[in-house]
Design a protein around this ligand. Structure first.
Ligand code: FES
Ligand SMILES: [Fe+2]
Length: 360
């Protein structure tokens, strides 16, 4: 028997909850959508740890977030429209402003007042190409301001980005353990950028776990033609490279040498389903001549090459998703099954998940 505590998002059972049933710490920023998904005239419905949230742009184009529930008949506001920067319910046309107050009822009689129902409003930020929502206690946010994970490479002209969406029927712990565990290269034979990882250092501090692996990389992006290594395995040559992976709760960041960075922005939608954005950045830092060209041209190059690692990234995701869903299925069949774990990074990851899940 499992119940969810609204305060922390943690699940509570009669016995201490199993790791695979733990909630998330709601007092963090979560990436719930890409900025480009949020158009001026359509609301966007997202789910974050079993909470339906409607995103929309106000008159100034600023992203807003409310609970996705019309207080009239409890239908989803995200099925409606955006009118004059407010979200309009599709059923009877009631409108709600960014503060969550009802601002308009199309058939309001002269002797009637607007209903005083107020929707929950979520702190929302738009940063580095993503819309971030803070689902926790707003007073806690005001008391100790937290920032969404910074992705300076997103707008930087020297980085080419690729985004893959992870949509997996599994508890988020399976996904973060997968990302922190560099010993599953066997699965990715054809797509993985690195080889022969050996865990070197491991550090736990506050809300993060940092792991350094000594590894070898197949890629070195130092000549214009070296980008072709991404597409033609025969051109790849192994060389030693540092591989850093970090669980920066609730997200994941990794770098392979100077040329590659991959992040994973977590949006756990519930105890058995996780959505996440996997973002791959390839650096063009080594091309000094490119940096002297006009900004508009560099912007054109950056935009034209967006998604150039799509096949590789989607391939990695598909292989991992298959494993994660099998792990989840096996857990649901028998939660007492537990195999030996030889990677100490995962022990640290599990400890951090537990700490965060019970955090006030
Ligand atoms: S249900 Fe939303 S306006 Fe009636
Ligand atoms: Fe993987």
């Amino acid at each position: 028997m499992v119940a969810t505590s609204p305060a922390s998002g943690a699940t509570a059972s009669v016995n201490p909850p199993h790791l695979r049933e733990l909630g998330i710490n709601l007092n963090h920023w979560y990436a719930v959508a890409r900025s480009t998904e949020l158009t001026p005239d359509k609301p966007l419905g997202v789910t974050l740890w079993q909470q339906g949230i409607v995103l929309f742009r106000d008159r100034d184009g600023v992203a807003q977030a409310l609970e996705d529930r019309c207080p009239h008949r409890q239908v989803q506001l995200s099925s409606g429209e955006v009118v004059d920067g407010e979200v309009e319910c599709i059923y009877h046309g009631w409108r709600f402003n960014a503060a969550g107050a009802c601002s308009h009822v199309p058939y309001l009689a002269e002797n009637q007042k607007l209903p005083t129902c107020t929707l929950r409003q979520y702190p929302v930020r738009e940063q580095d190409g993503f819309v971030w929502v803070f689902p926790g206690d707003p007073t806690q946010l005001a008391a100790a301001p937290l920032e969404p994970l910074s992705l300076p490479e997103w707008d930087h002209l020297n980085y080419i980005a690729t985004v893959s969406i992870i949509d997996v029927e599994a508890h988020y712990s399976f996904l973060i353990e997968n990302l922190m565990d560099m010993y599953h290269g066997r699965l990715h034979d054809d797509f993985q950028a690195w080889a022969n990882p050996v865990l070197n250092t491991l550090e736990e501090s506050g809300d993060r776990v940092d792991v350094h692996y000594n590894a070898q990389s197949y890629y070195r992006i130092d000549k214009i033609w070296s980008v072709s290594q991404l597409f033609f395995p025969a051109l790849r040559r192994l060389h030693p490279e540092d591989l850093y992976v970090s669980y920066v709760y609730p997200n994941w960041v990794s770098t392979l040498g100077q040329d590659f960075k991959i992040c994973c922005l977590f949006c756990p939608t519930g105890p058995t389903h996780t959505r996440a954005y996997l973002i791959h950045f390839t650096s063009l830092q080594a091309f000094h001549r490119l940096h002297k060209l006009p900004v508009a041209f560099r912007r054109f190059v950056k935009n034209s090459l967006f998604g150039s690692a799509q096949k590789m990234l989607d391939g990695l995701v598909a292989q991992d998703v298959l494993m994660l869903e099998q792990e989840q299925k096996s857990f649901l069949e028998d939660p007492s099954r537990k195999g030996p774990e030889l990677n100490r990074a995962l022990v640290s990851v599990q400890r951090l998940i537990r700490q965060q899940a019970i955090a006030p």
